[in-house]
Design a protein around this ligand. Structure first.
Ligand SMILES: Nc1nc2c(ncn2[C@@H]2O[C@H](COP(=O)(O)OP(=O)(O)OP(=O)(O)O)[C@@H](O)[C@H]2O)c(=O)[nH]1
Length: 704
């Protein structure tokens, strides 16, 4: 820029400048300075004593966005400041005793385009001999960049002090800096950590390969994340989620590593605990069925490779329910825990013990032998040991319980599948139960054949129920005059190929598989519908209908509600519905009494079926709101054959009279039986002599 571009104004009023040669000399010097400042990389200007621009360099003009003519002699610096900066400016410069210099005062300019610009202002004042301000020369630095840097630094500093533990190392992994969270999480202060390497925290839980993989990832990708077990200063171990990143220089060389971590010990232990709960039984802490299934699958895969036999033992405690019923569920729990401990102690390390549920346990024995018989012998040996160990008394304080076990064993080689094994062992266990309990049985081919037809029959029964092929037959119940007072509804299953399946066969199957529940519900609904039907005709309006309720059905919590709903649904008179239950429901007396009372409150009749064959004591009988006793047909059949049975019948009838219950005899086939029963005071009769079970149309046709 040429000389003409610089214009300076001298303040002619000042005495020091009155000498013409000195004044022109000063002007020349000032012009020289101005021209010098034209080339500097910062803003520069001079102001007169009033603060008006005397000179300004090109850079500052460019920042402001004005022309020289608009500024020189017309504007003051304060005209270009933000209001806040104006206040600051005045506070510094409107001083009774001007200072000689101000350095690095931070202000904000407002450019012509309205954008503000941070600057640093340094000013040198020229004073005359009387300390009056002559003029002022200023240099201005643009702080835009450095202020942004400072903001960045502040943000970084705040970020560094986050809740995550952080540390920065040099390229040799020497820790240069740690944050407060690092100290909180590890127990090491900055002084203790700085100068060390991260090995300071090593727990010894990771091997060399782990760290090698970490360094390889850092080298390749520039970052690594993962779980690391570390040790705090106090020696305690914690697990952290660690992220490490490399910092590179312009040449691509690592200069630093930056690591941040959070303590995930609590989260991890919660996760571990949940995983444990998903695979273990809460009461005994043994693996549960799910985990056993996994292990079975692994064991089968291993057997395929090794060719060795293994065995699965299915263990079920005998009459365990009695302990619950007699001493309470807590006592039952104690026995289960003790049984689990005994099983654990009895097996070899490596054998899996699991609780399948209730009082059922399983043991998986792997790698027994290449020979089937030898393997069976080993499994049997352990099975017998277990029977012996579990049969020892269970003593808790003053209480002592006895509980034997029944075991089913299935050997496996490379062929079986996990679910089959469990099913086979279960079936073999069931054979042990049938053989009198406290023993063991192996699954064999005959059992397999029986199982196959069992499974087929089960599917067919399910289908028969779904497709409405089950039927109710009606066997009349008559009074002493021979008049039908009602009927017992009996389930029949006409099978497409086999004709009628024997009720004993399919009902036992339904009990075993649980199908008895939907079947029982169907019977209940069908009986109510039938009662409703009868209600519409005068001839049948008074007929009562008895249905059989299985113990399993009766034990359901919602049983009473089901009965109520069915009766409401069909709007039947409850007094005409009779539920026949067997003595097997009496195992849980309290529950039975409660349910029976609820049923009686609904108005339903209750009959105790097969009476005399079970074990119900007289005292229990007196607690039950039963309306009828049914003499079992086995006694009736022995009338005139076995005198003791005749006395039992006499006792039952007189007992019913004392307890004010109705009494009915079933299975009456001969006149002799009938007249004996009548003589003893029996009021109601059912049996072939009075009519077999027949379809509804036949039954109704036979009504006199
Ligand atoms: N105390 C307790 N009882 C349980 C638990 N789980 C299931 N049960 C009871 O265990 C009993 C299992 O009985 P079952 O195996 O069917 O019959 P059982 O009396 O052992 O007779 P058998 O097996 O035929 O010899 C049922 O009464 C269940 O209510 C439990 O966690 N604690």
């Amino acid at each position: 820029m040429g000389e003409s571009a610089i214009t300076s104004y001298s303040n002619g009023s000042r005495s020091a400048f009155t000498h013409p040669s000195l004044a022109s000399r000063l002007v020349a010097i000032e012009n020289e300075i101005n021209s010098l400042f034209e080339r500097v990389p910062f803003g520069s200007h001079s102001l007169d004593a009033e603060g008006t621009y005397k000179s300004i360099n090109a850079l500052e003009l460019a920042w402001l966005g004005y022309t020289r003519d608009e500024v020189i002699g017309k504007k003051k610096l304060v005209d270009f400041l933000t209001p806040a900066s104006q206040d600051k400016f005045h506070a510094y410069f409107d001083h009774p005793h001007p200072r000689a210099a101000v350095n690095d005062l931070e202000l904000d300019l407002v450019r012509r385009d309205g954008v503000s610009m941070p600057i640093s202002l340094s000013v040198t004042d020229h004073l005359d001999d009387a300390h009056q301000l002559l003029n002022r020369r200023a240099v201005i630095f643009d702080l835009t960049e450095s202020r942004a840097n400072r903001v960045r630094q502040r943000v970084s500093a705040v970020a560094f002090e986050s809740l995550s533990g952080m540390f920065i190392t040099d390229r040799n992994q020497m820790i240069l800096q740690v944050n407060n969270a690092f100290t909180e999480l590890t127990g090491y202060t900055a002084q203790e950590a700085e100068g060390q390497t991260p090995r300071l925290l090593s727990s010894g839980r990771h091997n060399k390969a782990f760290y090698q993989a970490m360094w390889a990832a850092l080298k390749e990708k520039g970052c690594w994340h993962g779980e690391v077990w570390n040790r705090r200063k106090d020696g305690s171990i914690f697990v952290e989620w660690l992220s490490v990143s490399t910092v590179l220089d312009v040449a691509g060389e690592v200069t630093h590593y930056v690591a941040s971590f959070i303590d995930i010990t609590a989260r991890k232990s919660a996760q571990d605990q949940m995983a444990h709960m998903a695979y273990h039984d809460a009461l005994t802490q043994l693996p549960n069925r799910r985990l056993l299934q996994d292990r079975l699958n692994q064991a089968l895969a291993a057997a395929r490779r090794s060719g060795l036999y293994g065995a699965l033992l299915f263990i079920d405690l005998d009459n365990f329910k009695k302990i619950n019923d007699s001493a309470g569920h807590e006592a039952g729990d104690l026995v289960l825990v003790e049984a689990a401990n005994r099983l654990r102690r009895t097996v070899r390390e490596g054998d899996s013990v699991a609780r399948l549920g209730g009082d059922e346990f399983a043991i998986l024995l792997e790698d027994l032998d290449t020979d089937r018989l030898e393997s069976a012998a080993k499994a049997q040996q352990l099975g017998e040991k277990i029977i012996e160990v579990l049969a020892q008394p269970y003593v808790f304080g003053r209480h002592k319980f006895h509980c034997s076990a029944s075991i089913g064993i299935d050997l496996y080689a490379h062929t079986e599948s996990g679910p089959d094994l469990l099913q086979h062992a279960d079936l073999a266990m069931y054979q042990s139960k049938r053989a009198g309990r406290n023993t063991l049985r192996f699954f064999d081919q005959a059992m397999q054949t029986a199982l196959n037809s069992h499974v087929a029959l089960e599917n067919e029964l399910r289908l028969a129920l779904e497709e409405g092929h089950l039927q109710l037959y009606f066997q009349p119940q008559r009074d002493r005059t021979g008049k039908a007072i009602g009927a017992e509804a009996l389930l029949r299953w006409p099978h497409g190929e086999r004709g009628f399946v024997a009720p004993a066969e399919f009902i036992a199957l339904a009990e075993e598989t649980g199908l008895i529940l939907p079947i029982g519900q169907w019977v209940l609904e069908a009986a109510c519908a039938q009662l409703k039907d009868w209600e519409d005709q005068p001839r049948t309006r008074q007929l009562r209908l008895a249905i059989n309720v299985s113990a399993r059905q009766f034990r359901q919590t919602e049983f009473v509600a089901q009965v109520r709903q069915a009766m409401e649904h069909h709007a039947v008179n409850p007094a005409l519905l009779k539920l026949e239950v067997t003595e097997s429901v009496l195992l849980d007396v309290t529950d039975t009494v409660r349910k029976m009372e609820a049923l009686r409150a609904l108005g339903v009749q209750l009959s105790l079926d097969d009476f005399g064959t079970g074990y119900s004591s007289l005292s229990i009988l007196t607690q039950l709101p039963i309306t009828q006793l049914k003499i079992d047909q086995s006694f009736v059949r022995n009338i005139g054959v076995k005198p003791s049975d005749a006395s039992i019948i006499q006792t039952i009838i007189s007992m019913a009279q004392i307890l004010d219950m109705e009494v009915i005899a079933e299975g009456v086939e001969t006149e002799a039986q009938s007249s004996f029963l009548e003589q003893q005071g029996c009021q109601l009769f059912q049996g072939a002599l009075f009519g077999p079970a027949v379809p509804i149309a036949v039954f109704e046709a036979q009504l006199a």
